[in-house]
Write a protein that binds this ligand. Structure first.
Ligand code: SAM
Length: 851
């Protein structure tokens, strides 16, 4: 019962028993220290002393002497089975170790040197070993006892009895075994101590290096504390998870991938042993068998190794930031403007900036650049076309439309076209500097550049149809750039959903290519009742019928269009496409071009509803003649505007001679007025002649008529003389010569005609008069300025030229002036003129005189 209690546990030993122990080992052993010691170690002595103490507690006053004896015997029994020299050796060993330990642990002993500390640790490890030995001895002793039989005596009494008796033969062998075992244990112990000391010295050196000037407090710290401090430091570097890994001894490969830190580089396999636990079975064993102190020291040794050769700090492996490629504020370049809508320009730009990052699609400028842009560009930003104006909801869509984006030859068209085709090739002469710009020869001839005829490649700016191909490839209505809309009064139409630069290609016009005969047939039959026609002249008298065709078929006509349809030669083949006009196209604009429509027949003539200010009213051909005239007039006006200052200078010189207030314009008007006056006079003369000749003979009439005609020209000519001097001479001469002759010949012809003709003319005269009168009324607006007075003056001047005429003229003038108060009256005077003329002709006409 006692034995079982003695071996059962590590109950604290009584101070009395410890004091005895201390007496054997060291005189100035500290009770506290021994108390610690007893706490730590579970030796048979403790067990026994505990037992004894228990006994003591149980029967304190009954067996005091026996207890003392037994205590002594107990000490002897401790070494009882050993030889005296073994005992001495063991006592020495134990004593020294204990002494050292006590010396160091005593507070009054002064500070222990750093070198002494390892000793203490080694002694403690030794004590551990001793403890193991004791346990083994106890088991051996227990075996012995069992071999002897169950003895009711306590081990102490048994031992004391044994010591007094001669040992039997079996006992001798067991004691030998014990001795050999003890020896071996001692050897192992010594080796371990040595090793521990070596390790500790290395640690101490490392500590010395790390803390050259130890403070008072740190010097007081035990090695264990320092070691644990180092361990802490080392493990703190590794991080919690790594620490756990280290402690658990797990391989990093066993970790869950989800828990692996993402931005830390995974340690390489070479680095793993640093943090990985020792997989050495020996060390594992020791760790289990050794006490905390050596284990800690060992750990400290390991960690010092780690500290002395620290692993390179883990390089954080950052995940590459992925910026958004699209969005309101993507891209923050300061100088860069919005991306150009022209693919060729963008391409050129990107070619130039090959090394730069690819351009990002952004919708709005960053707010911080908004002000800057506003200053530079004059407007804050431009809404993207896909945001700007979406189609109104509920827009109907053409359901009858069969779409094709390629030209398809139908019927004989293909064979005819192939038979007649002549591939035109034109080599581009542009250089890289110019880059097929507006001056490109091919562009002027509406030839598309390609790799066969142009060497500029992507730098070429004359590849519209290739651009279209790229857009179609990219797909999406915003790349195509156009969409069908429903107009109010013109059926469907097409509008842009993005911007187009001036002259930029918008969409190709494709459809079925048919011969003219086929077209006519379709018009007669299939499209007989149609309102809309999708036919267009193509090439070689072929026609594109886009009833089945591209979206371009929906583009409406306008007399003031914003686009134009052009036929280009692409790789030797003709192709039609809609191009932006000179103003370019804004988002949401309806696209239109001038059909220059040939309605085939009047039946097909349609009313135009384009709403332009210059609308022609019908969907018909462009009025070319009108256009030409308008152009000519414009040019003349421009020229006149350019020449005006020169004329002014001349006029100023002329004005000096001319009557005051008469400008150049007026002069011109005057000449016109004179012409008109001449005509009027001629007409009146004719009328008067016709009246006068009714009574006379034909010859006389014709003579008189011719004479009057000649006579009338003369004064007019004379009247024009001053004006012609100032203006141009040929005009008056023309009037002098041509008009009369023409008129005279006509008059002659009329005179030569029978009376009927004259009679027939006579009734017409009033009409003619009225007709002529209408002319003067028109011209009177111009003649108003010269008026009757000026006319009179002119006539007077004309008379003045011939001195002989003056008296008569004065008379006539007096008569005339008395009668002429209105232009109509002037007309009445005209018949008189021939009379005067006859007089003058008589004198002036050389022919007459000759005759
Ligand atoms: C090529 S289609 C244009 C698309 C057509 N609006 C549709 O709905 O299919 C030509 C036809 O459109 C109509 N159209 C085009 N422009 C017009 C205009 N300015 N005024 C009136 N009708 C027009 C005419 O009926 C014409 O025959």
């Amino acid at each position: 019962m006692e034995r079982s209690t003695g071996l059962s546990g590590a109950s604290p030993a009584t101070p009395a028993t410890l004091a005895d122990l201390q007496k054997h080992t060291h005189d100035h052993a500290d009770t506290s220290m021994t108390f610690e010691y007893t706490e730590q170690l579970l030796t048979p002595e403790n067990s026994r002393s505990e037992t004894s103490s228990n006994n003591e507690n149980a029967s304190h006053e009954e067996k005091p002497t026996q207890r003392r004896r037994s205590t002594r015997v107990t000490r002897a029994s401790l070494r009882g089975g050993l030889r005296p020299d073994d005992l001495v050796g063991a006592g020495k060993h134990n004593g020294s170790s204990l002494e050292d330990e006590n010396d160091q642990s005593l507070p009054g002993h002064g500070e222990p040197s750093v070198a002494e500390k390892p000793k203490r640790s080694s002694s403690s490890s030794a004590s551990h070993l001793r403890h193991s030995i004791a346990v083994m001895e106890t088991t051996l002793w227990a075996d012995e006892q069992s071999s002897l039989g169950n003895h009711p005596m306590t081990p102490e009494t048994q031992a004391s009895e044994k010591s007094s008796q001669e040992p039997p033969a079996e006992d001798v062998t067991t004691s030998v075994q014990r001795r050999s075992l003890r020896k071996r244990v001692e050897q192992v112990l010594a080796q371990d101590e040595k090793k521990a000391q070596e390790k500790v010295t290395t640690i101490v050196e490392a500590v010395k290096e790390s803390s050259p000037k130890p403070t008072r407090r740190s010097s007081r710290l035990s090695l264990l504390e320092k070691a644990s401090d180092l361990v802490d430091r080392a493990t703190s570097v590794l991080g919690k998870r790594s620490r756990d890994q280290t402690e658990k001894g797990k391989d990093s490969g066993e970790r869950r991938s989800g828990l692996r830190p993402r931005n830390v580089v995974a340690p390489s396999k070479e680095e793993q042993p640093v943090s990985a636990p020792t997989s050495d079975p020996l060390s594992k064993k020791r760790r289990l068998s050794e006490s905390d102190l050596p284990a800690a020291v060992k750990a400290a040794g390991n960690t010092t190794q780690e500290v002395t050769a620290p692993a390179p700090p883990p390089v954080p492996r950052f995940k590459r930031k992925r910026w958004l490629a699209h969005g309101l504020y993507t891209g923050q370049e300061r100088e860069d403007g919005p991306p150009s809508q022209s693919r060729s320009r963008n391409r050129r730009k990107s070619q130039n900036n090959k090394n730069e990052a690819p351009p990002q699609r952004r919708l709005l400028p960053m707010p911080m650049f908004a002000g800057e842009r506003l200053l530079q560009r004059g407007r804050d930003f431009q809404l993207p076309f896909d945001v700007f104006s979406p189609l109104p909801p509920g827009q109907p869509k053409p359901d009858e439309w069969r779409k094709t984006n390629k030209n398809v030859f139908v019927g004989d068209a293909g064979s005819i076209w192939r038979a007649n085709k002549h591939i035109d090739l034109s080599n581009c002469m542009c250089t890289e500097e110019t880059g097929c710009d507006e001056d490109c020869q091919n562009r002027h001839m509406l030839y598309e550049c390609d790799d066969g005829n142009c060497r500029l490649g992507p730098d070429c700016g004359n590849r519209s149809f290739e651009e279209l191909k790229h857009r179609a490839k990219a797909g999406g209505k915003y790349n195509v750039g156009v969409e069908v809309i429903k107009t109010e009064d013109r059926g469907y139409g097409v509008r842009s959903n993005r911007t187009f630069e001036p002259n930029q290609v918008i969409v190709e016009y494709t459809g079925e290519i048919i011969t003219q005969t086929e077209c006519e047939r379709r018009m007669r039959t299939v499209y007989k009742n149609n309102e809309c026609y999708y036919l267009m002249y193509f090439d070689q008298n072929m026609i594109i019928d886009a009833t089945r065709g591209s979206i371009a078929r929906f583009v409406n006509h306008s007399c003031e269009p914003n686009c134009r349809m052009e036929k280009w030669t692409v790789a030797g083949k003709p192709r039609m496409a809609l191009f932006a006009g000179d103003r370019g196209i804004m988002t949401g604009e309806e696209l239109t071009y001038d059909y220059n429509f040939d309605p085939y027949s009047q039946k097909n003539v349609q009313q135009c509803r384009c709403g332009a200010s210059n609308c022609r009213g019908i969907l018909g051909p462009r009025p070319r003649e009108k256009d030409r005239r308008a152009k000519e007039q414009d040019e003349r006006q421009k020229l006149a505007a350019l020449k005006k200052p020169v004329i002014k200078r001349k006029a100023s010189t002329v004005l000096g001679k001319a009557p005051s207030g008469v400008t150049k314009n007026r002069k011109i008007l005057m000449t016109k007025a004179v012409k008109a006056g001449v005509k009027k006079a001629v007409a009146r003369a004719r009328a008067s002649v016709s009246k006068s000749t009714s009574a006379r003979s034909k010859q006389a009439a014709t003579k008189s008529a011719s004479k009057t005609a000649k006579a009338t020209t003369k004064p007019l000519a004379s009247t024009k003389a001053p004006t012609t001097k100032r203006t141009s001479k040929p005009e008056p001469t023309k009037t002098k010569i041509k008009l009369p002759t023409v008129k005279a010949t006509k008059a002659k012809a009329r005179a030569a005609m029978p009376k009927k003709s004259t009679q027939t003319k006579t009734p017409k005269t009033p009409d003619a008069k009225s007709a002529k009168a209408s002319v003067p009324t028109k011209t009177t607006s111009k003649l108003n300025r010269p008026s009757a007075a000026t006319k009179a003056k002119i006539l007077a001047a004309a008379k003045g030229t011939n001195s002989r005429k003056r008296p008569t003229s004065k008379k006539e003038e007096s008569k005339g002036t008395s009668k002429t108060k209105s232009p109509g009256k002037v007309v009445k005077q005209i018949p008189k003129k021939p009379q005067r003329a006859t007089k003058t002709t008589k004198t002036t006409s050389p022919r007459k005189s000759k005759k």
